[in-house]
Write a protein that binds this ligand. Structure first.
Ligand SMILES: NC(=O)C1=CN([C@@H]2O[C@H](COP(=O)(O)OP(=O)(O)OC[C@H]3O[C@@H](n4cnc5c(N)ncnc54)[C@H](OP(=O)(O)O)[C@@H]3O)[C@@H](O)[C@H]2O)[C@@H](O)CC1
Ligand SMILES: Nc1ncnc2c1ncn2[C@@H]1O[C@H](COP(=O)(O)OP(=O)(O)O)[C@@H](O)[C@H]1O
Ligand SMILES: [K+]
Length: 519
């Protein structure tokens, strides 16, 4: 697994991360102290008028309440007055009791109990300039009950800035479901990492603006979890191997690209040129004879293999033996870009996928040729990377495009695990899902790339890295993120409207140069 920071940690994973931090020497008490410090710094930044302001901190009896008590202590000299309201009785955990003792020693902090002095609590909330919500965090379940409920009600109506610590009280951190009574925040300070609820569209009006705060958890504690990992440009230098100075072309692999029916020569060319630009030793384009004739003058560095063509311009299944031979002497293959889909190509593709042991990237029509019975990928002998866009994915996974788009990571991961393939689900924030359940989400790329040809470029790039012996996971991550970065650079220069897929190919060597320098 490539070690990257997780996009979001579930509550269970967060608890694991806290336990690992503890094992690595950052104690629970230290984490709470750090959380209080990080929140205080962010609150000062978000609320510069603090020195003339009344601050109310709503505290629960768990550790979220403990965070509130640390914040009260740390804000002591910065605010005009500070009131802590215990909404569920006095602190109940060992940690929160300890920080309560420390806060209680400061005479300027007022402590109220919502059950015993409700009128005074409502009054303070109505007078407050800033309300900080520390009633419930990751330990919340069910519906808000008891005195917490009216406190949240008054806080939500008060003319104050509202800041929630970790999770707005009344919201479930995993699924974002909300109690009838939920604290409505202008800002939410996510401690250590985002929780899944922070990322949901439906919860944005409850969370307000979300800020993720570093609370000093060691990066190993956060990285080591199985949730979605963000793939960023900064991660790429480590994925690009150094080329051996003594190497020859045979050391950088042989890629076979089976692409291009008549009329789709552009796709074949695009995949071939991008493979060449990504450093493969020898790249062969196998395509319908009319495509080879048209492309040949533009592919000086590639080997071409002219295939028999049907009267409709498709690659004929007669080429099976020839292709099998070439495939067996290749170190990787890309199948599908502009290949077309008819009975000939289907027979050809299915036979190759069934027999070969050469690692495959299957794209576009290659995927369509398998859609009739996708179980073939499960029994295939070769490692397979599938690169569908959502519509192609819909044909092989049995879900509608809307269902896929509703949770792209989940849909991709389920498929990758079920069929034991690497799946690259393309589109905005391309998802890379591995058979072991690991999921990456790409952060590069833009809508300027939503044009015919961009996907062919990506297929060629993945194939090229794969042919050079880079493992499927790294080859897919490297190519996807680099491809998106090429799109971003091109958009800066040429606008999202004006970029062409061929511009992405020209950008590849420039960005590879930057990666080589940053390695
Ligand atoms: N662990 C660490 O190292 C660190 C943790 N940190 C902080 O701790 C937070 C998690 O703390 P936590 O686990 O104590 O849970 P928390 O959210 O405070 O609430 C639990 C309390 O609420 C109660 N309760 C729940 N639902 C209820 C309901 N519907 N109505 C009424 N009561 C209800 C529940 O009662 P019970 O379920 O036990 O009956 C229990 O008493 C986390 O979000 C972060 O802010 C940071 O400081 C960093 C270090
Ligand atoms: N809005 C977007 N943001 C980022 N990348 C995008 C966006 N739209 C498309 N792309 C990328 O462009 C490529 C388009 O591929 P695809 O849909 O297969 O097109 P084609 O096969 O016609 O080239 C994919 O790599 C995809 O991730
Ligand atoms: K909270």
């Amino acid at each position: 697994m490539i070690n990257l920071q997780a996009k979001a940690l579930t509550i269970a994973q967060m608890k694991e991360a806290e336990a690992r931090s503890n094992e690595l020497g950052v104690s629970y008490a230290q984490l709470m102290e750090n959380a209080g410090s990080a929140c205080t710094a962010k609150i000062k930044e978000l609320f510069p008028k603090l020195s003339t302001s009344s601050v109310v901190i709503l505290c629960g009896k768990g550790n979220n309440g403990g965070d509130g008590l640390v914040i009260a202590r740390k804000l002591e000299n910065s605010a005009a007055d500070i009131t802590c309201i215990f909404c569920c009785g006095e602190p109940g955990t060992e940690l929160s009791q300890k920080v309560y003792q420390q806060a209680a020693a400061i005479s300027s902090i007022q402590f109220l109990d919502a059950k015993k002095e409700p009128m005074l609590c409502h009054f303070c909330l109505n007078q407050a300039d800033l309300i900080i919500d520390c009633i419930f965090g990751t330990g919340f379940h069910g519906e808000v009950q008891g005195s917490a409920q009216p406190m949240i009600g008054t806080a939500n109506k008060a003319d104050a800035v509202r800041i929630a610590v970790d999770i707005p009280s009344g919201m479930n951190g995993d699924d974002g479901s909300c109690s009838i009574s939920v604290f409505r925040a202008d800002h939410t300070l996510a401690l250590g990492a985002l929780k899944p609820a922070h990322l949901l569209e439906d919860t944005q009006s409850v969370c307000g603006k979300i800020h993720t705060l570093d609370i000093g958890m060691p990066s190993e504690a956060l990285e080591d979890s199985s949730s979605v990992k963000l793939l960023k440009w900064e991660n790429l230098p480590a994925l690009l191997p150094k080329r051996d100075p003594n190497a020859n072309k045979g050391d950088f692999g042989k890629l076979l690209i089976l692409a291009g029916r008549s009329g789709m020569g552009g796709a074949a060319m695009m995949a071939t040129l991008s493979a060449l630009r990504c450093g493969c030793g020898l790249t062969t384009l196998a395509a319908a004879s009319s495509v080879i004739n048209a492309c040949f003058p533009h592919l000086m560095e590639a080997v071409t293999l002219s295939l028999a063509e049907t009267k409709d311009g498709a690659v004929s299944s007669e080429s099976l033996t020839l292709l099998s031979e070439h495939l067996s002497s290749s170190t990787a293959a890309v199948i599908g870009c502009g290949l077309g889909h008819d009975e000939h190509t289907e027979k050809l593709v299915r036979s190759l996928v069934k027999e070969t042991q050469t690692p495959l990237v299957i794209d576009a029509d290659g995927i369509n040729c398998l859609a009739g019975d996708i179980n073939i990928v499960q029994t295939a002998k070769a490692p397979i990377i599938l690169t569908p866009h959502p519509k192609e994915f819909s044909r092989i996974c049995g879900k509608s495009v809307a269902e896929i788009e509703a949770d792209r990571e989940q849909a991709a991961s389920q498929f990758a695990q079920q069929y034991s393939v690497h799946l690259v689900l393309k589109g905005h924030a391309t998802v890379i899902a591995l058979p072991d359940g690991t999921v990456y989400q790409n952060t590069t790329g833009n809508a300027g790339m939503a044009k015919g040809g961009s996907g062919d470029v990506l297929a060629g790039m993945i194939g090229s890295f794969l042919a050079q012996g880079i493992a499927s996971e790294k080859a897919a991550c490297l190519a996807v993120c680099l491809h998106g970065a090429c799109g971003d650079r091109c958009a800066q220069r040429l606008s999202e409207y004006g970029i062409l897929a061929r511009d992405l190919i020209q950008e590849i060597p420039l960005l590879l140069r930057e990666l080589e320098q940053n390695r």
